[in-house]
Design a protein. Structure first.
Length: 311
């Protein structure tokens, strides 16, 4: 079993859309970059259109680093060389410009002290829609397909997550349980580590963490890997400890701000990816899954109050 242990973002093929979404890739990679590469990332994110017009030496000077560092940055974010980065940034700048009118209509993205409640609602909805769009564009469908295969074949699926990520794990656990899949959710570190002692080849361990650096989540996933289970990471940072510990990495692209760190937007993006995974698994046994969902729905239907008659 080969593990995806590199902290680099996979380089896209010529047919991949992510080159047009280079800013999403840069944001995702930024937390795990070395300080010198992070300065390049900051320069790119600050003004992608202007950077697209700079020579490699001019960008290096702006980021107080070397041309060699800029080249390493290019490979990190999935562009083979600097000309490809410039082309991707030019395309991204055009896309951002087109979105500028929509962003301006919502008053930007960050919450300010003077925002009205209407403006806060507008900004939050805008940010959450953008997170879903960016996550969909940046999701590795090949990795998703292999994750679907692994879960569909698994003897059991153990899910790890703490805090808000545990709610996402609970959602997947309930979905899998409703179609007859043996699944468990562990939000306590000790319980999670105990569960991994029973895992082995043919089992799946899936961990959820926005940062990918929560030890209560990374440690159980690493323990599951040592037992031979197929490991899946769901995270916003493809270069994180969680991602580099996993066989398969599913990423979100949620833009959090200091004012809304850990915001609901991250959970919504994670839930969307979980939905994609679950539907893919259920589709593998379409008739049986449909029957199971109908039966589990019917089991609680009698607990509902009848609709009130009007008129």
């Amino acid at each position: 079993m080969v593990r995806q242990s590199s902290s680099r973002v996979p380089e896209p093929s010529a047919q991949d859309a992510p080159l047009a979404d280079i800013l999403t890739r840069v944001r995702a990679a930024r937390p795990s970059l070395a300080p010198s590469e992070r300065r390049v990332a900051d320069a790119v994110l600050a003004d992608p259109g202007q950077v697209a017009e700079l020579s490699i030496h001019a960008l290096a000077e702006r980021a107080s680093t070397s041309a060699a560092t800029v080249m390493r940055f290019c490979r990190t974010v999935g562009t083979g060389n600097y000309p490809q980065l410039r082309l991707a940034l030019a395309a991204a700048a055009a896309r951002e410009h087109a979105l500028g009118g929509e962003r301006a209509a919502h008053g930007g993205t960050d919450i300010s002290p003077t925002d009205s409640l209407d403006r806060i609602v507008s900004k939050i909805i805008y940010n959450e829609v953008r997170a879903l769009q960016d996550s969909g564009a940046g999701l590795d469908v090949d990795a998703l397909g292999r994750a679907v295969d692994a879960v569909a074949r698994a003897r059991r699926v153990d899910i790890f997550g703490v805090g808000a990520s545990a709610f996402v794990g609970q959602d997947l656990h309930q979905k899998l349980h409703r179609i007859g899949q043996m699944a468990f959710i562990w939000s306590d570190r000790h319980a999670a580590l105990t569960a991994t002692a029973l895992l082995g080849p043919g089992d799946v361990a899936l961990a959820v963490s926005h940062s990918g650096e929560t030890e209560d989540t990374t440690e159980p996933l690493q323990a599951a890997a040592e037992r031979g289970a197929t490991t899946i990471a769901l995270t916003n940072d493809p270069g994180s400890t969680l991602a580099t510990s996993a066989d398969l990495v599913l990423t979100t692209c949620a833009r959090e701000t200091p004012f809304r760190s850990g915001a609901t937007v991250s959970r919504i993006a994670q839930l969307a990816v979980i939905d994609c995974l679950f539907v893919g698994v259920a589709q593998r046994s379409y008739d049986a899954a449909t029957t199971a969902l109908e039966e589990t729905y019917g089991a609680v239907q009698r607990r509902r109050r009848p609709a009130r008659r009007t008129g």
